[in-house]
Design a protein around this ligand. Structure first.
Ligand code: ADP
Ligand code: ADP
Ligand code: MG
Length: 506
């Protein structure tokens, strides 16, 4: 039952932290909407708390005692007189009880209905609903596995490798690849136990493992008047642990015809869920460009800025307008994409140590600047990345007319970004930007397994640079000159030492 009444939002509580809380508040402020931050004791001095007009402490640092407490957040909204709540991503953003608690308390939930969230929160439920709309699905089981014997039979019919996936899954958790029948039981036990501890629901099902898989998703948007459009695709195939690190729009491989076909399928998925507000329909695309529905994320996505960059649309502002009961201000035919945008996620993780979190203090923190560069972050120099939450420091988005130019801009921006005090994924993202497979567009979700080794960073420079270095050494020797400025450790680990400025004695 969509809320079709028009009701202006005057005060918005943002039930989140970090860069996304700031990003949402910025759009709200531009619209003349007052902002309320909520925070945990670990975030007292966080930027989102300082930015907001009002701030309420929820409780101790663990999210289960703060950012996940529906009761405390509802109290904060009532106490401050907020008439709307934006959930951001992660935390309560895909929790139907939270959306319903807002509905029940006459507070606008900036997102879809509780029913749409519930439907899409179950991967199996979602598949069943969209199948009726003719959306292609990955071959697999449509019910949770109840008998191992039966499941093995089905897996053999589908053909290995297969994936065992948690129906309630998210964030890459509860997913196990099985290469042969011998591994089936062990991997199934792991998936079930991971799903039970992460989601409190151990239901798992089987999907064929799509070969040469590429992750291509469509941004969709609906209003409460029944209109739904898509805002083109994002490609997110560079992943570690089934989670995205580099995203771009448009995809390097979609033709206009395929874009239209997938876009129509995405709109049908939204219609199957009677969807309104922002959502993302994820597809997996195989080596022959066949596409299959994976899941729908019923919220704003981490990587939404690349879509904003190529469409010129502020998606958060649009979310707020639709939540107020406004109609979408455009029809599908009026939307066009322009240029190319790439986002890298700057995580406090060590790429040379299996991308494990490397929490610490940002001893140096200097953002790059210049045309076409956008940095969405929630930190300043001297701040500490708390270990209680997702270790993302920032998202950096580079926009240019072409994909090639966007890649060059990203390399320049990465080299200009200065972060010391903890390991980050910046050096890895630079490796991606300079890698032939990424540059040519011939890559899939196995990029890291195929091409990346810890030695790819820091220590050994790419071949072209080694040649350059050798030539430079010979030249310097000839000239009897020595470089006066040593390469900083920063440049050695995160940028290319041969592209940093050198000074020579006169
Ligand atoms: P996706 O869920 O498709 O990976 P995002 O990358 O936008 O999309 O994820 C948003 C954030 O929410 C990430 O920080 C991710 O780790 C987190 N997240 C999503 N679902 C869950 C979940 N069920 N449990 C824990 N974290 C989750
Ligand atoms: P989550 O809810 O954790 O985001 P998804 O179903 O969206 O789960 O899958 C996450 C990632 O796992 C995908 O982006 C893709 O890299 C990989 N994946 C999922 N399903 C398949 C599949 N059937 N074949 C190959 N890879 C898959
Ligand atoms: Mg997903």
């Amino acid at each position: 039952m969509p809320n079709v009444s028009m009701k202006k939002i005057t005060k918005l509580l943002v039930a989140n932290r970090g860069e996304i809380a700031l990003r949402v508040m910025r759009s709200a402020r531009e619209m003349g909407i007052q902002t309320v931050a909520v925070y945990s004791e670990a975030d007292r001095t966080a930027l989102h708390v300082r930015f907001a007009d009002e701030a309420i402490c929820l409780g101790p640092p663990p999210s289960s005692e703060s950012y996940l407490r529906i009761d405390k957040i509802m109290d904060a909204a009532k106490q401050t007189g907020a008439d709307a709540i934006h959930p951001g991503y992660g935390f309560l953003s895909e929790n139907e009880d939270f959306a319903r608690a807002c509905e029940d308390n006459d507070i606008i939930f900036v997102g879809p209905s509780g029913d749409s969230i519930e439907l899409m929160g179950s991967k199996l439920g979602a598949k069943a609903a969209v199948a009726k709309f003719g959306v292609p699905l990955v071959p697999g089981t449509s019910e949770p596995i109840s008998s191992i014997r039966e499941a093995k039979k089905i897996a053999a019919e589908i053909g290995y490798p297969i994936l065992i996936k948690a129906s309630a899954g998210g964030g890459g958790k509860g997913m196990r690849m099985v290469e042969s029948e011998a591994q089936f039981e062990e991997q199934m036990a792991r998936a079930v136990s991971e799903a039970t501890s992460a989601f409190g629901d151990g239901s798992v099902f089987i999907e064929k493992y799509v070969t040469q898989p590429r992750h291509i998703e469509f941004q969709i948007f609906g209003d409460t008047h029944g209109n739904v459009v898509h805002l083109f695709e994002r490609e997110c195939s560079i992943q570690r642990r089934h989670q995205k690190v580099v995203e771009e729009a448009p995809s390097a491989i979609l033709t206009p015809a395929l874009r239209q076909k997938m876009g129509e399928a995405a709109v049908n998925v939204a219609k199957a869920a009677k969807y309104y507000n922002a959502g993302t329909v994820e597809f997996i695309v195989d080596g022959h460009l066949n596409f299959y529905f994976l899941e729908m994320n019923t919220r704003l996505q981490v990587e939404h800025p690349v879509t904003e960059q190529i469409t010129g649309i502020d998606l958060v502002q649009l979310q707020l307008r639709v939540a107020q009961g406004e109609k979408l201000p455009f029809a599908q035919e009026q939307l066009a994409l322009r240029g190319h945008a790439i986002e890298v996620r700057v995580y406090a993780e060590d790429p040379t140590n299996n991308f494990l979190p490397d929490i610490g203090t940002l001893q140096t923190y200097k953002r790059p600047q210049g045309h076409g560069i956008r940095v969405d972050d929630g930190f300043e120099q001297g701040m500490t990345v708390p270990f209680y939450y997702d270790p993302m420091i920032a998202k950096m988005i580079c926009t240019a007319e072409t994909r090639e130019q966007a890649i060059e801009k990203m390399i320049r921006a990465i080299d200009e970004y200065e972060i010391t005090g903890l390991a980050t994924t910046l050096g890895f993202c630079r490796f991606v930007m300079t890698h032939e497979a990424f540059r040519s567009g011939h890559f899939d979700t196995k990029f890291i397994e195929k091409y990346f080794k810890p030695e790819s960073l820091g220590g050994t420079a790419p071949a072209e640079e080694q040649t350059l270095a050798a030539a430079l050494a010979v030249y310097l020797d000839d000239q009897k000159k020595m470089p006066a400025v040593p390469v900083s450790s920063q440049a050695a680990t995160q940028g290319s030492p041969w592209k940093t400025k050198r000074l020579y004695p006169a």
